[in-house]
Design a protein around this ligand. Structure first.
Ligand SMILES: [Zn+2]
Length: 248
């Protein structure tokens, strides 16, 4: 990622110089990644699609995030019969991290390849899926806004999340954790909408320079987002339920 003297952000792997200041810069690489290949690579290996798309940092973060989530879940299952409480805790912490990251990484692998192929990626200063994921995960809540350019809002939420999570854990999760999960889901959708709007505006402004945009929109992302919403709602319900059945 580089910033031009005018303050535009651009990916130097996709374009040679700032695509906003230089109207002659080609937005579409000669051999753009193929969306389904990227998707399948992400299925085979954590972050595989991101690496294939040329997003090294995102690929590495995806790999370690998913490795940590999977390990925590696995360790929790091993621990479970002997140490019931910490077993459940590890399984939950692992799933809360791994499931959204995995679904987002699959959707991002596909949609990013589409966006690179149409040229929209070269005009995208902030990836909407990254913004949404950062605001969804409990540990990075608020970072989605910081990433999207709303720094003050992001710092405020991150600090609030830090305090509220400790409080919720101390009081045995319950209603507060359930509420937090729903708020995180809402701020995630908001960060997505913000960054996606900026992406669409840039695409509309430079339409003549783009290769044809698929008419169906980000459909792989919509499927993944639907599954993530279901998962988060189930999580919120589970936290709420735990408040009324202490034995759970
Ligand atoms: Zn510029």
């Amino acid at each position: 990622m580089r910033v031009c003297p005018e303050g535009h952000m651009f990916e130097e792997r996709l374009v040679s110089s700032c695509p906003f200041c230089h109207p002659d810069v080609h937005l579409v690489p000669n051999r753009p990644p193929r969306p389904w290949v990227s998707f399948l690579l992400s299925l085979l290996i954590f972050g595989g699609g991101q690496f294939y798309n040329g997003r090294k940092a995102r690929g590495i973060l995806t790999f370690f995030g998913l490795a940590a989530g999977t390990f925590s879940t696995w360790y929790g299952i091993v621990e479970f019969p002997g140490n019931r409480e910490s077993g459940i805790g590890l399984i939950m912490a692992g799933l809360v991290l791994a499931i959204p990251v995995w679904l987002f990484s699959l959707a991002d692998a596909y949609e990013d390849a589409v966006e690179i192929g149409t040229g929209v990626a070269a005009l995208t200063e902030r990836n909407p899926r990254v913004a949404a994921l950062l605001n969804l995960l409990p540990r990075t809540w608020g970072f989605g806004y910081i990433y999207a350019g709303e720094v003050r809002m992001g710092v405020l939420l991150f600090a609030a999340g830090f305090v509220l999570t400790i409080w919720a854990t101390r009081s045995g999760l319950g209603v507060l954790a359930s509420f937090l999960t729903l708020v995180q889901l809402a701020t995630s959708a908001h960060a997505y909408a913000m960054t996606r709007r900026a992406q669409k505006l840039a695409a509309a402004k430079h339409r003549a320079r783009l290769r044809e945009i698929p008419s169906r929109g980000p459909w792989v992302f919509r499927i993944a987002a639907g599954l993530i919403v279901l998962f988060e709602l189930a999580l919120a319900a589970l936290h709420g339920l735990a408040a009324f059945t202490p034995a759970l």
